[in-house]
Ligand binder design. Structure first.
Ligand code: GKR
Ligand code: MG
Length: 429
C-alpha cells in the first residue's frame, strides 16, 4: 500500500464552518498486487488520515483483497454515540467517531478497484451491478470571496468572482449550469443573515423555475425557530423536489423542526449529513422522524457496501437517500458515481464539490472526469475506470509539501482573512 498526501487549490468558500483554506487536502491510496495491478482510492487529506492508514500498512501487506471484510472488519466495529463527538461541531473528516470507518472505506474502495482491474469488471458491477449508467449530480453553489484558490504563483483563475449576495450567487449557478448541465441545486447557506439566504433561494427559483429542485444547507447554523421560519417562507421553492438540509443541530433539534412544520402543514423534507452520520444514529432519528432524507457518503459511512446497507434501511423505513460531498478529485468522484450506480434506492441527485477544483490539480490520466448534463457516466472500464497520472500526483504531493496545511481548519482561515475574533457559533441565528 502506498499513501500519497496531495494539496489541491480550493477557492475561498464560506460555510457555517468558516472559510476554506487556499488548498484542500486529500490522500491518494494505491494497492499494488503481486501481479503489479494497482488499485486506487482517495480519502480525506492531511496528516491524521495518512497516519491512520500507514499504521495498518503491515497488516495490509500480503492480505487477500477478496478477504478484506473479514480481515479488517474489526475497524468498523467501534461504536460512537457521544453527542459531542458528532459532526455538528467538527469539520467533516475530523470526527473521531467515524475515524475508523473513514480508514476502512479508503481501503475497501482501493481493494474493489484492484479486484475490478484484475478481473476486468467495473466496481459497480462487483458490488451488485449497475442500475444506472449515468449518475446525476447537483450543482453546489457557495458564497465566496474573490479568488480561485491556490497561493502566490500557484493561484488559480477566479471563474466566479466574489459571490456574497443573492444576485452574484445566482450568477454563479447560471455559469455552473452552463458548464456542467446540473439539473438540481444544493445551496450552501449558514453564512449571511437568513433573510439574505431566503432571498437567494427566491431569486434562484425565479431564475430557474419550478422544474429545478432547490436545496439549502446551513450546516446547523439556525435555531429551531429560524429553521421553521425559513422553511415556511420557502415552502413553495423547496417543496418542488428539494429539501432543507441540517437547518439546526442534533437529532432532537431536527425532530422539533419537523414537528412544528408538520403542525403548520409544511411537508418540506429535512435531510442530514450532520445530525445523522452513522448507523448508531438511525434508531433515534427514525423514531423521532428527525430526517426524511439521509445523505450518505462512502468516505465516512464505512465504504460502498455500507452505503448500500444504508440504502436498504432507508427504503425499509421510507426515507429518501442522497449523497454528501467534500472537496475531492476524480478518484473520489468515480467512487461516488460507482456506488450510486449500484444503489437502487438513491432518490435524489448526489452533491459534489468537483466544479470547485481545476484541471491543474486533477491526478487521473486524461484529466478531469466529465460531468455532462449534470451526470457522470459509468463506462465499462475496469475498476473505478480511472488510472493515476504520476506526474500530476507528484505535483500534488509537491504542493502538499510546500503548503503549511496539515488538516482542514476553516475557523483559523476565517480569523486570518475575515475576522480575527470569529467563532463558530451554533446556532448563529
Ligand atoms: O465544504 O464547506 C464545505 C461544506 O460545508 C462541507 O464541509 C460539508 O460537509 O458539503 C457539506 C455538507 O454539509 O453538505
Ligand atoms: Mg450538508
Amino acid at each position: 500500500m502506498r499513501v500519497t498526501p496531495v494539496a489541491i487549490a480550493d477557492p475561498p468558500l464560506r460555510s457555517s464552518y468558516g472559510l476554506h483554506q487556499p488548498y484542500a487536502l486529500r490522500n491518494i491510496l494505491e494497492f499494488i498486487s503481486e501481479d503489479g495491478v494497482i488499485g486506487v482510492s482517495e480519502t480525506y487529506g492531511g496528516e491524521a488520515p495518512m497516519n491512520a492508514l500507514m499504521s495498518l500498512s503491515e497488516q495490509i501487506q500480503g492480505t487477500d483483497p477478496y478477504q478484506l471484510t473479514g480481515t479488517l472488519a474489526s475497524m468498523l466495529g467501534k461504536k460512537g454515540t457521544a453527542q459531542d463527538a458528532t459532526q455538528t461541531h467538527l469539520v467533516p473528516g475530523e470526527n473521531p467517531v467515524d475515524a475508523n470507518r473513514r480508514t476502512y472505506a479508503a481501503i475497501e474502495v482501493g481493494c474493489l478497484d484492484l479486484i475490478g482491474k484484475t478481473v476486468g469488471k467495473s466496481v459497480c458491477d462487483l458490488i451488485g451491478g449497475r442500475v444506472r449508467d449515468r449518475v446525476p449530480f447537483s450543482a453546489y453553489p457557495f458564497y465566496k470571496h474573490a479568488g480561485g484558490g491556490g497561493d502566490g504563483d500557484d493561484s488559480r483563475e477566479d471563474k466566479y468572482g466574489e459571490c456574497l449576495s443573492p444576485e452574484t450567487l445566482v450568477g454563479q449557478v447560471i455559469r455552473m449550469r452552463e458548464e456542467y448541465g446540473f439539473g438540481s441545486i444544493k445551496f450552501k447557506a449558514g453564512v449571511l443573515h437568513p433573510d439574505e439566504e431566503i432571498e437567494t433561494i427566491k431569486q434562484l427559483y425565479r431564475e430557474l423555475g419550478p422544474e429545478v429542485p432547490l436545496r439549502i444547507d446551513p450546516n446547523s447554523a439556525w435555531t429551531v425557530e429560524t429553521s421553521v421560519r425559513v422553511a415556511k417562507e420557502l415552502a413553495e421553492e423547496l417543496g418542488r423536489g428539494g429539501y432543507l438540509e441540517d437547518p439546526t443541530a442534533s437529532i432532537s433539534g431536527m425532530a422539533e423542526v419537523r414537528r412544528r412544520l408538520l403542525a403548520e402543514g409544511i411537508t418540506t423534507p429535512l435531510a442530514t449529513n450532520v445530525a445523522v452520520t452513522c448507523f448508531d444514529d438511525l434508531p433515534q432519528a427514525i423514531k423521532e422522524d428527525a430526517a426524511q432524507i439521509i445523505l450518505c457518503d462512502h468516505h465516512y459511512w464505512g465504504g460502498m457496501r455500507q452505503v448500500q446497507h444504508l440504502a436498504k434501511l432507508c427504503q425499509t423505513f421510507d426515507l429518501g437517500l442522497s449523497m454528501h460531498s467534500n472537496n475531492h478529485l476524480g478518484i473520489s468522484l468515480m467512487g461516488m458515481a460507482h456506488v450510486a450506480s449500484a444503489t437502487p434506492h438513491l432518490t435524489y441527485a448526489c452533491d459534489t464539490h468537483y466544479p470547485w477544483q481545476t484541471e491543474e490539480d486533477e491526478i487521473v490520466i486524461d484529466g478531469r472526469v466529465p460531468i455532462v448534463n449534470g451526470c457522470v457516466e459509468i463506462t465499462d472500464k475496469p475498476g473505478l475506470g480511472v488510472e493515476i497520472d504520476y506526474d500530476q500526483l507528484a505535483r500534488g504531493h509537491e504542493r502538499y509539501n510546500q503548503c503549511p496545511y496539515r488538516k482542514r481548519d476553516d475557523t483559523a482561515e476565517m480569523r486570518k482573512h475575515v475576522d480575527p475574533k470569529w467563532e463558530r457559533k451554533l446556532p448563529r441565528w
